[in-house]
Design a protein around this ligand. Structure first.
Ligand SMILES: O=P(O)(O)OP(=O)(O)OP(=O)(O)OC[C@H]1O[C@@H](n2cnc3c(O)ncnc32)[C@H](O)[C@@H]1O
Ligand SMILES: [Ca+2]
Length: 507
């Protein structure tokens, strides 16, 4: 188009040049054409810039409720509408922690499960623009607490899900269902979240494994070679994302979350039915009364409450890390592996590969104990020091930390170190491959984002086509070409002018 302008202008000037002697207005017309040329070029460049300028960003939203065993959390995600399929574009906009325990704890009053969500739902209504409400998908995924309730009592489990469903259906959002997700989904979507947020999926290699420690279950997930996944189909998840194939190893250990594993340890230590339990995993001076039923009523505990036992027992700390390790060791079974490699309890696990992100309770506990950036050996020493500190001193030192957490850190820290090393086979050399994380680029690490990305088809199987030039490159090229054409126009005008003048002199 610009080339056409220039050729046209040159033609006009040639004609004008011939008409020169007859027309006294020739100079004004030449200037007029030159100005028109400049205006045309400016208009062209302006149009190109404006046409390609990103429109004012419109955002879309998605809401996921993480109905965990210990609590429910509501995550609101936000992304630019026109960049839906780009990796790293979806961000956590808002987070709301539901007051009270997880929904599985409402099995005796199921109506309360739905009711407990109301405040966070109200927050969500305020945090998503009203005009987007009807098109904002809303999902609820329940994890290990509800898996355990389902094992215990299917009917109560259905009533609790029905109660949350009733509340979620009455929201202005596009409710997409409440369900108990499988352990494989929990592990695999945690892996998707971590790798999506760290922008690793488009690169196709060097992904990060995901370690999630909840209250009732724990997951390990990492990419491995295709031949490693052949041994155990139930531990394999495959994804094709942005044109790359991923073969994931994943396993969820039900009952090995932080709260249930403590019950395993307590049950293991109270087999004799004594009225006092001296527990090396709790600080010296710590003492509380526990009922036997609070320990033995969990479906994770397969042994019966000891016959000789009364209603309850006194749980007393002795604070000894080495003895605590032995207590923890007894809740793992390292025999009976029928595969080439196992983690524990006869579960297949291929050799560990690559870096790992450890989140949820891994982060809470290791961060509190200051064990996130040291060697394994130093962490063992720090752990021993924490366990041997008297309870009164611990309480004085951390007056603002919830007492239940404080009391359990010796046990939880010892369990985490044992699980990662003896359970999953991390060594002193590979310890530094684990990063204890809470958030990545402002969004929480966890399964919820990966779950939503999957259900909304926001991660394409094939890499989307990208324009050959980025926007800035395209505008620069256009500007440069226009300037070049403008210069050619000026030169042509000048040379024609010179020719006309010389012809006039000859005449
Ligand atoms: O995945 P599931 O097993 O269903 O459980 P969850 O989703 O409820 O589990 P979380 O990751 O939210 O929490 C894991 C555990 O960490 C505990 N926890 C939360 N904040 C903590 C903190 O600051 N210090 C220590 N423990 C904490 C919490 O009570 C749980 O027992
Ligand atoms: Ca969880």
């Amino acid at each position: 188009m610009c080339g056409g302008c220039v050729v046209g202008a040159i033609y006009c000037i040639t004609v004008l040049c011939k008409m020169k002697e007859k027309n006294p207005w020739h100079k004004a017309v030449v200037i007029f054409i030159a100005v028109l040329g400049i205006i045309a070029i400016v208009a062209l460049v302006t149009t190109a810039v404006l046409q390609n300028k990103p429109l004012q960003q419109k955002f879309k939203y998605g809401i996921v409720l993480d109905a965990g065993s210990s609590h429910t959390a509501v995550y609101i995600y936000e992304w630019p509408a026109e960049k839906e399929n780009d990796t790293g574009r979806v961000k956590q906009k808002h987070f709301c922690q539901v007051k009270g325990p997880g929904i599985s704890s409402y099995s005796l009053s199921p109506e309360q499960a739905g009711h407990s969500l109301r405040l966070c739902i109200q927050e969500a209504v305020l945090n998503v623009p009203r005009r987007r409400h009807h098109e904002t998908p809303l999902y609820l995924g329940a994890t290990a607490g509800m898996r355990l309730l389902r094992m215990e009592n299917q009917s109560l489990c259905d009533q609790v899900l029905g109660s949350v469903e009733k509340v979620l259906q009455s929201t202005p959002f596009d409710y997409q269902g409440a369900r108990i997700i499988s352990g494989q989904e929990e592990g695999a979507f945690g892996w998707v979240t971590v790798n999506y947020l760290s922008d690793r999926l488009k690169q196709g290699s060097g992904t990060t494994g995901a370690l999630d420690l909840g209250g009732a279950s724990t997951q390990i997930t990492f990419a491995t070679n295709q031949d490693e996944t052949g041994e155990s189909a139930e531990n394999t998840v495959t994804f094709r994302l942005y044109g790359n194939d991923y073969f994931l190893y994943t396993h969820s250990f039900l009952c090995y979350g932080k709260d249930q594993v403590l019950k395993l340890a307590l049950a293991q230590q109270t087999q004799a039915g004594a009225s006092t339990l001296l527990d090396p995993c709790f600080n010296q001076g710590y003492s509380t009364n526990l009922s036997y039923s609070s320990v033995y009523s969990s479906p994770c505990i397969t042994t019966q409450k000891p016959l000789a036992a009364g209603e309850g027992f006194t749980h007393r700390g002795t604070g000894n890390a080495l003895q605590c390790q032995e207590v923890v060791r007894r809740i793992f079974n390292f025999s009976g592996c029928t595969f080439s490699h196992c983690s524990f309890n006869g579960v297949y696990q291929p050799p560990l590969q690559g870096q790992f992100g450890a989140f949820s309770a891994y982060y809470f506990v290791m961060n509190f104990l200051n064990l996130t950036s040291d060697t394994l050996e130093n962490n063992m020493e720090k752990m021993a020091r924490y366990c041997s500190t008297p309870w009164t001193q611990i309480k004085q030192q951390f007056p603002n930390v919830k007492e239940k957490y404080l009391a359990e850190y010796c046990f939880s820290g010892t369990y985490i170190l044992f699980l990662l090393t003896h359970g999953y086979n991390f060594t002193s050399d590979t310890w530094s491959n684990i990063k204890f994380i809470k958030k990545i680029s402002g969004s929480d690490a966890g399964w919820t984002l990966g779950y939503m990305l999957n259900l909304t088809n926001m991660i394409p199987a094939e890499a989307p086509d990208t324009p050959p030039l980025p926007h800035a490159g395209y505008v620069t090229l256009l500007l440069f070409t226009s300037l070049l054409l403008f210069l050619i126009l000026l030169c042509s005008l000048r040379s024609l002018w010179v020719r006309c003048t010389s012809q006039r002199q000859i005449i």
